[in-house]
Design a protein around this ligand. Sequence first.
Ligand SMILES: [Zn+2]
Length: 440
Amino acid sequence: MILTGGTVVSSLDPVQIARHDVHVANGRVAADGGAERRDCSGCLVVPGNVCAHTHLYSALARGMPYDLAPPENFLQILQRIWWRLDRALDEESVRASALVGGMEALLSGTTTLVDHHASPNAIDGSLDVIEDALRSLGIRSVLCYETSDRDGPERAQAGVAENRRFIERVLREKPPLVRGLVGAHASFTLSDETLAACAAAASELEVGLHVHAAEDAVDELDSVALHGIGAVARLAHAGALDGRTLLAHGVHLDDEEIGLVHAASSTLAHNARSNMNNAVGRAGLGALGLRVALGTDGIGSDMFEESRAAFFRLREDHSGAGADWPLARLSQGARLVGAAFDEQHLGRIETGAPADLVVLDYATPAPLHAGSFPGHWVFGLGSRHVRDVMVDGEWVVLDRRLTRTDAQELAMGARAQAERLWMRLADIGPHEFEPKGGRR
Ligand SMILES: [Zn+2]
């Protein structure tokens, strides 16, 4: 395959742009070769976007009925919404949510999803179901199961076992499009024993832990009350904080914990829209110098939209922040995924890199070069410009349509599953789990 005539953004951090053809062979960007041509004149060719933290299972939750008292804080949001929804999930709704979530990701130019999955009544094999659904679309992913003690010790053990089983298999089989991390919910729903089991699995399998950390004050307060240290310090003491660790949110990290994250070179997935939606507070990311990537926390997977929201939120506190900030964050997400796949060039369009790229049909109204591109990203470009998407050298979206499957058909199947899911949900009450360290 040769992509001809486009303006190629070969790197997001630092931004590098040139006009040249892109050759693709054997799933990778190549120096030359290819026979089939795709005209990209007037288009931008950019690295595929990475969503560094999402929950595909929330795809069927859009607009679902809610007739309990309105939640007044983050813990109640979990107890009354998400911990009811996850208990209502079965294999078919997990599959349907992965299919429509993956479909929407590709159509918005996201080529990799880092997912964090919970289905306490359908744990065993759930990661295979998601893998299978995402493979059928041709999207890349890094999966994990959300281990937690909130539904009892058996389910905590089953969560660890599901992570182990899945990761052992993907490390053995090395499927082209999927890898695993060890997933855990958050310090405030993890016993010492379960946290130790997660840390041991991550260490033995040589993968990272993917865990919510200090998303809300409740996580920090609980850890301080029970263990005398903050949630991230607790992870560090458990041996779960290293260069492979992916921490989601980090809104309430204290100075000591910021130092720990920095020293461990862990990645922090920032989810600006979710933080606003759940009123958990404002992550102080501007001056930290941490390795920050961008996630959606399940609010779709449009990284143009997320980039913009994160940027404007940042600018409220730091009016001098540059428009290249979200690009560097996306690049960090790609580095994290590249590490999981042992592909250090992932996220770049250069010889040898996995061919994950997006063709944007963008009639630029102002000069476009390396210096101006960040401004175009924040103030102009969007998923509406996504024309074609390639993952691992294969076109999975062409002319705004999925190549492997019919989007309307997928959506129809999802709607049927959503109706059943919502009916089951109506019979599930608020979750009774309370943090042992008390609540704010
Ligand atoms: Zn999350």
